[in-house]
Design a protein around this ligand. Structure first.
Ligand code: ADP
Ligand code: ASP
Ligand code: MG
Length: 406
């Protein structure tokens, strides 16, 4: 008898009818003899609705109270799913992250898991129960409720799979697996039979929200086998696993798009040692994650320094950047919110050349200007104008021959 973990995302439990469908699937897995642990997200867009409620009562809601609020969404879907399963004759019990012993640090809204005891889950499984756990949340050692960052139910599922040594962690969502690009943006995107942890981590960090990036870091670290598939069909989806030799033969696995960053430029920075350190220390002290950084050659003793940050942090960044710019006697600070980042990802890039050239040629052919470029071992990203993003992703997807054979 195998232990399997199944995670159902928000759209899979968006209505009472869908919850009943999920309950049927759980019952099938249970009746075929498996031990089943289920992780659920909040119903539909409930987390967004809760965020909007908070914004209506406070301009700056305390993070602790935000976590108290956000954690309730998953409690609703977990309890309803347990009721639906019981009504179908399967023993099921719902539990919160706190009840099953998911212990995190104190970083509200984006807490890191420190320990998973899972003792209560094991006891309930031994009694023949299906255990339904609220995704996206844990508890600090001093009993404060925390949440694990947007999309964090994926992380709960991976953490429980690792702690329970599950045979497989099934991620049920509203698409049939991992595609060569977001199938809602690129209609001829192709479903991948498998993908490596590293590629999925890059794609997720670069905008493919189908898996939470942090959950991929943990899956890789603990080698948790994942199967991403649809909760609306029985078709096989995509296996995410550690790299195997055959994967390297595929040069580019996928293309992704991120539209929630902004570019900040500090103009006329004196070209002296230590200034980048001063500027970015100021920004990191404000707890802001900087993504791409570009510094031009300072032929006149002055240089422009550009970087990208999450758009949600822009106001904070501009405040810090203006203060630091004044301190180092730099010029104006300007910003641009109408940018998008387009990236190609693939393990084969390690051993094949010409990928960047091909990407730039595809953009040039459509007269799409590149604002910034960054690369790593298995990815190339370009910042472009946001209004050209849809055209850019389709054209690059085609240039690498990723679409369905027609
Ligand atoms: P869930 O609520 O199940 O967690 P998400 O909305 O978080 O679902 O993730 C699923 C969505 O991710 C899909 O509907 C799809 O639009 C989007 N997506 C983005 N990139 C990809 C990709 N490369 N492959 C599959 N889906 C993708
Ligand atoms: N409900 C949470 C969110 O919307 C967690 C998740 O869906 O994974 O971010
Ligand atoms: Mg998700």
């Amino acid at each position: 008898m195998a232990l399997i973990v199944q995670k159902y995302g928000g759209s899979s439990v968006a209505s009472p009818e869908r919850i009943k469908k999920v309950a049927e699937r759980i019952c099938r897995a249970r009746k075929s003899g498996h031990q089943v642990v289920v992780v659920v997200s909040a119903m539909g867009d409930n987390t967004d609705d809760l965020l909007s409620l908070a914004a209506q009562v406070s301009r700056n809601p305390p993070e602790r109270e935000m976590d108290m609020l956000l954690a309730t969404g998953e409690q609703v879907s977990a309890a309803l799913l347990a009721m639906a399963a019981q009504a179908m004759g399967v023993r099921a019990v719902s539990m919160t992250g706190a009840q099953v012993g998911i212990v995190t640090d104190r970083a509200h809204r984006n807490a890191r898991i420190q320990d998973v005891s899972a003792q209560r889950i094991k006891q309930a499984l031994a009694k023949g129960c299906v255990v339904i756990v609220t995704g996206f949340q844990g508890i600090t050692p001093d009993h404060e409720i925390t949440t694990l960052g947007r999309g964090g139910s994926d992380l709960t599922a991976v953490a429980l799979s690792s702690a329970l040594k599950a045979k497989i962690c099934e991620i049920y969502t509203d698409v049939e697996g991992i595609y060569t690009a977001d199938p809602r943006v690129v209609p001829n995107a192709r479903k991948l039979p498998s993908i490596s942890y590293d590629e999925m981590l890059e794609l997720a960090s670069l905008g493919a929200q189908v898996m939470q990036a942090r959950s991929m870091e943990m899956a890789k670290k603990y080698n948790v086998p994942l199967h991403v598939r649809s909760s609306f069909s029985r078709r096989t989806g995509t296996i995410i696993s550690k790299e195997v030799k055959a994967m390297e033969q595929v040069v580019v696995s996928g293309v992704s798009l991120q539209k929630d960053e902004a570019k900040v430029t500090i103009c006329d920075v004196p070209d002296r040692p230590g200034l980048a350190a001063t500027i970015f220390t100021g920004i990191s002290d404000a707890n802001i994650n900087v993504d791409m950084i570009v510094q031009n050659v300072g032929r006149t003793g002055l240089t422009d320094l550009s970087f990208t940050v999450p758009r949600a942090d822009l106001k904070k960044v501009l405040r810090v950047a203006r203060r630091v710019a004044a301190k180092v006697k730099a010029g104006r600070v300007i910003h641009d919110e109408d940018i998008a980042k387009i990236s190609v990802v693939g393990l084969g890039m390690r051993s094949h050349s010409g990928i960047a050239a091909k990407m730039f040629q595809a953009l040039a052919k459509e007269s799409i200007n590149i604002v910034m470029i960054s690369t790593s071992e298995i990815k190339i990203s370009c910042i472009i104008r946001k209004n050209q993003a849809a055209k850019a992703i389709k054209t690059i997807h085609d240039a690498f021959g990723l679409g369905k054979q027609r």
